[in-house]
Write a protein that binds this ligand. Structure first.
Ligand SMILES: C[S@@+](CC[C@H](N)C(=O)[O-])C[C@H]1O[C@@H](n2cnc3c(N)ncnc32)[C@H](O)[C@@H]1O
Length: 212
C-alpha cells in the first residue's frame, strides 16, 4: 500500500480545505450531500476526515466509510463519534472488500482527482451498488474557473496542502461523465457548484438488469 501522504493533514484537513476552496463552494457541496434523498445503505468512498460522511449519515440507515489513510479515518471517527450508524473501514476504493450489489448509495467526494486508476474505482462503485443504486460524485475542478481564480487556488493548495499526490489531476465535468458512463452508470444530473471556485456534482444510477 502507498505511504500515507494524508497523515500530516489529518488533524486539520478541513481548515486547510476551507482555505483552498472557500466557504461558499464548500457549503454548496455539503448542501448537495445533505439533500440526497434516502441514501439507505450507503458507502463513502475515500471518506477522509468525514466531512461529507456526516451529511450522508444523517439521512442514511448505515454508512460504510472507507479510506486508505488510517490517520484520516481516526480523525473522522473522533469527529463523528456522536453518530451511531457509521462503520469505519481501512480499505481502498479500488478493492473495498464489500459484498456485491448490496448498497443503495455510493458517495465519492474529491477522490477521483487524487487517484490514478479512476476507472477501477468507478467499476468498484458499480459492483457494490444494487441495480438501481445511486452514485453521487463530487469533485473540485479548475474547469470553468477564471485564470486568476485558478492561480490563486493552486497557490493556496500548494501552501496549505503541499505537493499533490502522484497521479493527481484535474477532472473536468465531461471527463467525469465519461468515466461514470464507462462503468455502466446512467447520469441523472450534472451541475457545477460554486461561483469563483467550482465543484462538480453528479448523480447517476446503476441500471436495473433488464433495462436494455
Ligand atoms: C482529497 S481527500 C477527500 C476526503 C473527503 N472525501 C472529502 O471530500 O473531504 C482524498 C481522500 O482519499 C483517500 N484516498 C486516496 N486514495 C484512496 C484509495 N485508493 N482508496 C481509499 N481512499 C483513498 C485519502 O486518504 C484521502 O483521505
Amino acid at each position: 500500500m502507498d505511504r500515507d501522504i494524508w497523515r500530516h493533514k489529518a488533524e486539520d484537513y478541513e481548515r486547510r480545505l476551507w482555505y483552498v476552496v472557500g466557504p461558499k463552494c464548500l457549503e454548496a457541496a455539503l448542501n448537495a450531500v445533505s439533500k440526497e434523498p434516502k441514501p439507505g445503505r450507503a458507502a463513502d468512498f475515500g471518506c477522509g476526515t468525514g466531512l461529507f460522511t456526516r451529511p450522508l449519515a444523517l439521512n442514511a440507515e448505515h454508512v460504510v466509510a472507507l479510506d486508505t489513510s488510517r490517520a484520516m479515518l481516526e480523525s473522522a471517527s473522533r469527529k463523528l463519534k456522536d453518530l451511531g450508524n457509521v462503520q469505519w473501514v481501512n480499505a481502498s476504493v479500488l478493492n473495498t472488500g464489500l459484498p456485491s450489489a448490496e448498497l443503495d448509495t455510493v458517495l465519492i467526494a474529491n477522490v477521483l482527482q487524487v487517484i490514478k486508476d479512476r476507472d477501477r474505482a468507478m467499476a468498484e462503485a458499480a459492483r457494490v451498488l444494487r441495480p438501481g443504486g445511486r452514485l453521487v460524485l463530487l469533485a473540485w475542478t479548475a474547469t470553468g474557473m477564471g485564470l486568476w481564480d485558478r492561480v490563486t487556488m493552486v497557490w493556496r493548495y500548494l501552501k496549505s496542502m503541499g505537493l499533490p499526490p502522484s497521479g493527481a489531476a484535474n477532472v473536468s465535468p465531461e471527463e467525469a461523465r465519461q468515466l461514470v458512463e464507462r462503468s455502466g452508470f446512467v447520469v441523472d444530473g450534472l451541475e457545477m457548484l460554486g461561483s469563483r471556485v467550482k465543484c462538480i456534482h453528479m448523480r447517476a444510477h446503476r441500471p436495473e438488469e433488464n433495462s436494455g
